[in-house]
Each structure stands twice: as C-alpha cells, then as structure tokens.
Design a protein around this ligand. Structure first.
Ligand code: BDR
Ligand code: CA
Length: 319
C-alpha cells in the first residue's frame, strides 16, 4: 500500500480526486489536509468533512492555511468556477464530524513521522501547507517519497495560464509557497495545465460515471455540471479538463505521462506573478537563481484517454 496525504482546496475536481484515492486498492490515505483556494478555508474544510462523511472515507481531516505566505494573484474565491459552496452548488448535507485539532502543516510533519515508510503527498491546491510544514521541520523531505502537484503551466501543447496569460490558479494562489517547495529538497512532480488540458471529460464520460460508478459517480457527475457550464461559457464545448485527478493518475500509472527533469522556479511578484518556469540545466545562465535548485519532474505529455479509463476503472471497482 502507498501511504498518501491528500492536500487540497476542495473544490469540484478535488472531490473527484479524493474519491479516486479512496477507491484505489493500493492507496492508504493517511490524512486530508485543506487550504483556501477554490473557496474559503471554512468552506473547503467543510467540504472535505462532507465528502468524507458521505462516502465513509476513513481518514482524518486537518484544517490548513486560510491565506498565502506571500503575495497572491487576485482576491476572493472563484465562485464562477466552483460555485458558492465550492462543489458546484449541488445540495449538500451538513457535516457530522469535525476537523482534528492539529493544523494541516503540523499534521504533514507528524503523519510522516509515524508512517513507518516514506509518504507521498498529492497536492492539488496551492502549496501553502507544504511550505509551512518545511518551515516547521526542515527534515521533512527525508520522509516524503514525492510531492505530486497539480499546478503550473509551461506552455507544452500551447497550454499557458488559466488565471493570467502565464499563471495557473493553484500556483498563483501562493507563488512564494510554490517557489519554496520547488526549490527545496522535496522530490516534486508537476502535473500542470500542459497535460490536464489534454484530458477532457465529456457528456459520454459523465454518463459512464453515472452508469457504472454508483453514488460516487453520480456525485462527480452532478457537481461537474457547474464546472462544465463554466468551461462552455468561454470554449463553447460541453467538456471540461481533468485537473486534480491527473495527479492521482500519475501516482497510480506514471507510464501514462511523458516527463522531463528540470529545475523549476516561480515568479513571486509583478505582472508574471504565479508563472512557473523551468530551466535547462545543460545551460550556464548569467542568473544565479537556478544554481543548485533540485530538478522537478515536469509532465509534458499524457495519454489522456488512458487517464480517463484508469479513473473510471478504479471508481467502478469501488461502486
Ligand atoms: C486547479 O485550480 C483549481 O480551481 C482546481 O481545483 C485545480 O486544482 C486548476 O488550475
Ligand atoms: Ca484543486
């Protein structure tokens, strides 16, 4: 079993990723750590509790950051993308459980201390909690196998920013935190818009989720209606990308992805705030900003149909 901590800003697509992790027979979900992003920290934490309660997920929820450690791009929350309740405004029951007393960053430190083996972190929101955990415990990288991040955009397949011409939403919500994580000793894998926009969920896919994947499939299809409407409003197509579940897919089937290894930095101020840039470490730069930065694994291509099939198969097995 692979021990996993799920760090998220739940979120329509975060909820699908959580259901996928819980449905996988090879994942041992140690904890769910929340942060602000798709909605306020109160709402994302409430959503984590609701999804956990509804689907009887056996993992504790830890409330995390309510604001970034540095500057962020924009303000408020993307109600037009995820709805007022963060889950596409589908009717939701009240949660009947509470988050743990321990804050998320401390939980990242403590859960990895007692896990008995290296832990994988699936990070599908901004990286505030992980940056804070690194500050609390500089030895954290020794206990983490990999941090698989949904975030960023490097321009592969012509996919650039979704909240500015160059910035992706998760990274733009706390660029300094992301820069600290990618510049740290952590082994980071970046599953960005370069590949998530190549994985497209359409009406036939949502019908299959409803038909074969029980109440989990229905929940994903119902909440994604709002998400699809948002994407249709500017693309004209009744499809949406699969973002956060792509990070889970990387964990379970990395062979579906093409990757490169390069150092990554994040722009933390100015008009390009939130932009992710990878270097080319065969070059010697005038800038010293790239010296000694550990290489991240960057996804540059994906078998999109393979990822969709994988998600459906896992969710179907658990229905
Ligand atoms: C990312 O931003 C959030 O809105 C989604 O949950 C996803 O993690 C995509 O840019
Ligand atoms: Ca997310």
């Amino acid at each position: 079993m692979i021990p996993v901590i799920f760090d998220n800003d739940i979120g329509i697509d975060d909820a699908m990723a959580l259901l996928l992790l819980d449905a996988s027979s090879v994942v041992n979900l140690l904890g769910i750590t929340t942060r602000f992003g798709n909605a306020s920290i109160e709402t994302t934490t409430r959503n984590a509790l609701i999804v956990r309660d509804l689907f009887n997920i056996q993992a504790p929820v830890f409330k995390g950051a309510g604001e970034p450690i540095g500057l962020r791009l924009g303000e408020g929350f993307p109600v037009h993308v995820h709805g007022k309740n963060g889950l596409g405004d589908i009717p939701l029951p009240a949660p009947h459980s509470q988050p743990e007393a321990e804050p998320a960053a401390q939980a990242l430190v403590d859960l990895t201390r007692v896990a008995g083996q290296k832990v994988t972190v699936i990070a599908v929101g901004g990286l505030t909690n992980i940056a804070e955990a690194l500050r609390l415990d500089p030895d954290l990288p020794e206990r983490i196998d990999q941090v698989i991040v949904m975030g960023g955009a490097f321009g592969y397949h012509q996919h650039r920013g979704n909240v500015s011409p160059v910035a992706e939403a998760n990274i733009a919500s706390d660029p300094l935190a992301a820069d600290r994580v990618f510049s740290s000793k952590l082994k980071s894998v970046i599953v960005g818009l370069d590949v998530t926009h190549e994985i497209r969920m359409d009406e036939a896919y949502f019908s299959a989720l409803r038909e074969y994947c029980g109440s989990r499939g229905e929940f994903i299809a119902d909440s994604h209606r709002y998400y699809v409407d948002f994407h249709r409003s500017f693309s004209g197509e009744t499809v949406c990308p699969l973002h956060d579940s792509a990070a889970v897919a990387f964990l379970l089937a990395p062979e579906l992805f093409t990757t490169i290894e390069q150092p990554v930095r994040v722009v933390t101020e100015g008009i390009a705030i939130g932009q992710t840039i990878h270097g080319n470490d065969t070059r010697e730069y005038v800038s010293s900003a790239w010296n000694g930065v550990r290489r991240s694994t960057i996804c540059t291509d994906v078998d999109g149909q393979g990822v969709l099939d994988l998600c459906l198969t896992i969710l179907r097995q658990r229905s």
